[in-house]
Design a protein around this ligand. Structure first.
Ligand SMILES: [Zn+2]
Length: 440
């Protein structure tokens, strides 16, 4: 209901935002500007932003209490708001949503029944919903059919559609069968959801194939079958990805798989099910990111309440041990009445249940997210020289993290996407540098 109202209103406000779409500069009057690294909020700051419409990039020119506002700048009044950089989801799948029917709850139905073009459109819709909730960066880690993720990333980068900055993985690489089960009659069932790679040559080929088709991070299914990758094979993943300047994220579901992945130096261990205090200690020592995808409600992922309690305790242990933590969701559930942005923000519940203080959760959702994403122009809280991905809330998220449930304002790369709680994204769409554009 809420979403429907917003979309109706967006048409009404379209006219008022066409002006800002073509403007070069915006001046944001921030009631409080939050430095998410330190948890300090500074009152009455002005953020001067420049957007380059030719290539869709943006730069923060100045921040301070006495910034001179140029005459041609559009003034955005957030003087009654708490202003900060955008949020990061370090693990989701934009091109998939579990079906509602209980019998087909699992994602196999999407994989079998939905085409890549349909899933590319779904990816756009999911990214749009997440951006509306303040998520300006998403690591999109596979299960997107035949590179629907790359298509969306390119469309966003060209300015065709609004969406978060994407770090996408292309097709998940796994040992024979991927995360599924082949049938002997149809040994290609897993494709294109997974790339089978068993030998070292196949691993190298699969990584190069993904990078060629636009992956920005490599995703490996470490131990999805009875024949997990060896530590040496995982090291090959790391070195081959590094050859192209990329990192490796590992889907991990067994303790032994996690141990091998940590030993091999993977960038992140994704999912928390196999992790324990000893592994957390290894991760801390090796500087491996914990991308726990901590589902907030037991019934969403059909686990018991005691499993949820273990999840919360494990997250708390990792926090106490000083493991590098990323806010991450796997928010591909279908929950009636909630869109994917609202679903994503719901994951703060687990972090609250773990007793982690609001400023720390906020830091993990922003600053840590920028670090794990390794984007040169977005590697910290808002500062001069960085891209202008800016959000604002009515209440102070440093005091109550639930303030993030009501993101009122979203600017993506210097362009207003949501204002006064209303998505105004029609001003976002333009033709973009389509011809001669060859960036992968
Ligand atoms: Zn996942």
């Amino acid at each position: 209901m809420k979403a429907a109202i917003r979309l109706t209103l967006s048409v009404v406000v379209f006219a008022s935002f066409t002006i800002s779409a073509t403007a070069q500069k915006s001046a944001i009057l921030a009631g409080h500007l939050i430095d998410t690294a330190t948890g300090v909020a500074t009152p009455n700051q002005i953020i001067l932003v420049e957007r380059n419409p030719a290539n869709g990039t943006s730069t923060i020119l100045e921040i301070g209490s006495d910034v001179a506002i140029p005459q041609d700048a559009v003034v955005i009044d957030l003087s009654d708001k708490w202003v900060l950089g955008g949020l990061v989801d370090a693990h989701d799948h934009l091109g998939i949503t579990y079906k509602e029917e209980p019998e087909s709850w699992y994602y196999y139905m999407t994989i079998i029944m939905d085409s890549t073009p349909l899933r590319a459109i779904q990816s756009f819709s999911t990214g749009f919903q997440k951006l509306a909730s303040g998520f300006t960066i998403v690591r999109d880690l596979g299960n997107n059919a035949l590179y629907a993720d790359t298509a969306l990333r390119q469309a966003i980068e060209m300015g065709w559609v609004p969406g978060p900055t994407m770090i996408n993985s292309g097709i998940i690489i796994g040992a024979f069968g991927g995360q599924l089960y082949e049938t002997p009659e149809r040994e290609d069932t897993v494709y294109p959801e997974y790339l089978n790679a068993d030998t070292n040559d196949e691993i190298v080929k699969a990584i190069r194939r993904n990078i060629h088709y636009g992956a920005k991070v490599i995703k490996v299914c470490v131990d999805c079958q009875a024949y997990p990758y060896t530590t040496d094979q995982l090291k090959l993943f790391v070195s081959e990805a590094a050859n192209a300047g990329q990192k490796v994220s590992g889907h991990v579901q067994t303790r032994e798989g996690a141990r091998r992945a940590i030993e091999a130096g993977l960038w992140s261990i994704d999912h928390d099910g196999a992790l324990d205090p000893e592994l957390h200690s290894m991760m801390k020592e090796k500087g491996v990111w914990r991308v726990g995808t901590e589902t907030p409600h037991a019934d969403w992922s059909r686990v018991s309440e005691s499993r949820y309690e273990r999840r919360v305790a494990s997250l708390r242990d990792a926090y106490d041990q000083g493991v590098k933590l990323a806010f991450s969701t796997d928010a591909d559930y279908f929950i009636r009445g909630m869109n994917r942005g609202e679903l994503t923000i719901e994951f703060i519940k687990t972090w609250e249940d773990a007793g982690i203080p609001a400023p720390e959760i906020l830091k993990i959702m922003t600053t840590n997210g920028y670090e794990i994403s390794e984007l040169e122009d977005r590697r910290g809280p808002l500062k001069v020289g960085f891209a202008a991905d800016i959000i604002a809330t009515t209440e102070n998220p440093l005091e109550d993290i639930n303030a993030l449930r009501d993101v009122q304002f979203v600017m993506k790369d210097g362009q207003v996407f949501k204002s006064d709680g209303v998505v105004s994204s029609l001003s976002f769409f333009h033709n973009g540098p389509a011809y001669g554009w060859r960036k992968r």
